[in-house]
Design a binder for this molecule. Structure first.
Ligand code: AHR
Length: 330
C-alpha cells in the first residue's frame, strides 16, 4: 500500500467524491460502518456502460472478484459516454486510489486524463478494451480478450462451413465505431478470408453492440440484399436482434442465412444448440479475478505483463460436446 487514508483526509476526499455515484461496497460506506481495513487496496474501476448481458456479466465479475480479493472498489458506470469515463477517472485521481482500471469505450482521446493519473503516480490498467496513444507510459498493462483472434476464429469457421461454395455474400454488423473489438474483430476476420475471392463482404454497418440496433441493421440489410449467405455479427446482443429481423422476414436463421456471432452468452449457446446460430466465438467477460490479481501487484509496486489474455475458444455446429457445456454464467 503506497497511500494511507487517514480519517480526516478520507472525510475530505469523501466530500470531494460526493458528486460521484458510488455503487457496491464503497470506501465511504465502509468508513461510516467503521470497518475500513487500512491494508486493503483501493481500486477505481470505470465501466463503459450496460449495453449487453456480456457487459452486465463483466461488471458482476469485477464486483464479485473485488469482494473475494478484499479489494475496496470505487465503481463508476459511464453509460456509453466517454466524457463520463474521463470524469470518473478524474474522481479516482482526486480520491487518490491505489490503482485505476477502466474499459475504454473507444480507443482515442485518453491522453490528457491519463497524463493526470501518471502525474499523480497512479498506475492505470486497461481492461477488456484498449487505448490508442503515442505514449505507452500512460498505462501499465491490458487484461482481456484477443479480439484479433476472435475475428480470425469467425473467419476460419466461415472457410470451413463454405468449403464447397463458389460464391459467398457476407454482411457484417459491427460493434461501436472506433472501439477495439470493432476494429480488431473486423481485421482478424478479413485477414483469414483475404485472397479468397469467393468471399464478398456486401456491407458492414455498426449496430453499436445493442440488440435494438442489431435488429434495425438487419432489417435494412435485408431490404437492400436478397442474396445474403452469411451474417457476421460482432456480439450476441446484436445477433439476437438480427435473428428477430430474419425471422420476421420469413427466413430461417442458421439455414437461409448462416450466422456467426461473438461473445458466448448463454442465450447464443442455446440458439446454437437449436440450430439458429452456426458459430459462437467466445469472448469471456469473466476477467474480474485477473484484474484483482494485477491490481494487487501494481499496488505492491510489482511489475505486471504488458498483456494478459483470457483463454477462449469457439463453439460451432460441428462440435459434439455442446450438450455437456457448463452454464456460461453470463
Ligand atoms: O468489449 C467487449 C464487447 O463489448 C462485447 O463483445 C460486447 O458484448 C460488449 O458490448
Amino acid at each position: 500500500m503506497k497511500k494511507s487514508h487517514c480519517l480526516v483526509c478520507q472525510l475530505a476526499l469523501v466530500c470531494l467524491a460526493c458528486a460521484v455515484l458510488l455503487t457496491g461496497c464503497t470506501p465511504a460506506e465502509q468508513d461510516k460502518a467503521g470497518v475500513t481495513d487500512e491494508s486493503q487496496i483501493l481500486l477505481g474501476f470505470s465501466q463503459l456502460g450496460s449495453e449487453s448481458a456480456w457487459r452486465l456479466g463483466n461488471t458482476k465479475s469485477v464486483q464479485d472478484a473485488a469482494k473475494r480479493a478484499g479489494v475496496q472498489l470505487m465503481y463508476e458506470n459511464a453509460e456509453q459516454k466517454q466524457e463520463k469515463q474521463i470524469k470518473a477517472i478524474r474522481s479516482f485521481i482526486a480520491y487518490q486510489v491505489d490503482v485505476i482500471a477502466f474499459s475504454p469505450i473507444v480507443e482515442d482521446g485518453w491522453d490528457n486524463v491519463l497524463q493526470e493519473a501518471k502525474k499523480a503516480g497512479i498506475p492505470v490498467l486497461t481492461t477488456d478494451r484498449r487505448i490508442n496513444t503515442a505514449d505507452d507510459s500512460l498505462f501499465v498493462g491490458f487484461v482481456g480478450s484477443d479480439f484479433y483472434e476472435e475475428g480470425r476464429r469467425a473467419g476460419r469457421f466461415v472457410l470451413q462451413k463454405m468449403v464447397d461454395a463458389q460464391h459467398v455474400n457476407i454482411v457484417e454488423i459491427s460493434g461501436t465505431i472506433d472501439s477495439t473489438p470493432m476494429r480488431q474483430r473486423a481485421a482478424g476476420f478479413r485477414e483469414v478470408l483475404a485472397g479468397d475471392d469467393r468471399f464478398i463482404i456486401l456491407e458492414s454497418v455498426s449496430g453499436d453492440f445493442l440488440r435494438s440496433k442489431g435488429k434495425e441493421c438487419m432489417q435494412e440489410l435485408l431490404s437492400r440484399y436478397d442474396d445474403i449467405d452469411i451474417l457476421y455479427s460482432h456480439n450476441d446482443a446484436m445477433t439476437l436482434g438480427a435473428i428477430e429481423a430474419i425471422e420476421e422476414a420469413g427466413l430461417t436463421p442458421g439455414k437461409d442465412i448462416v450466422i456467426v456471432t461473438v461473445d458466448g452468452e448463454q442465450a447464443a449457446i442455446d440458439l446454437l444448440k437449436a440450430g439458429k446460430i452456426n458459430c459462437v466465438v467466445e469472448c469471456t467477460p469473466l476477467i474480474g479475478d485477473m484484474i484483482m490479481e494485477l491490481a494487487k501487484k501494481l499496488a505492491a509496486g510489482e511489475s505486471i505483463p504488458r498483456n494478459t489474455y483470457s483463454e477462449e475458444r469457439s463453439f460451432t455446429e460441428f462440435d459434439t460436446d455442446l450438450d455437456s457445456l457448463p452454464p456460461r454464467g453470463y
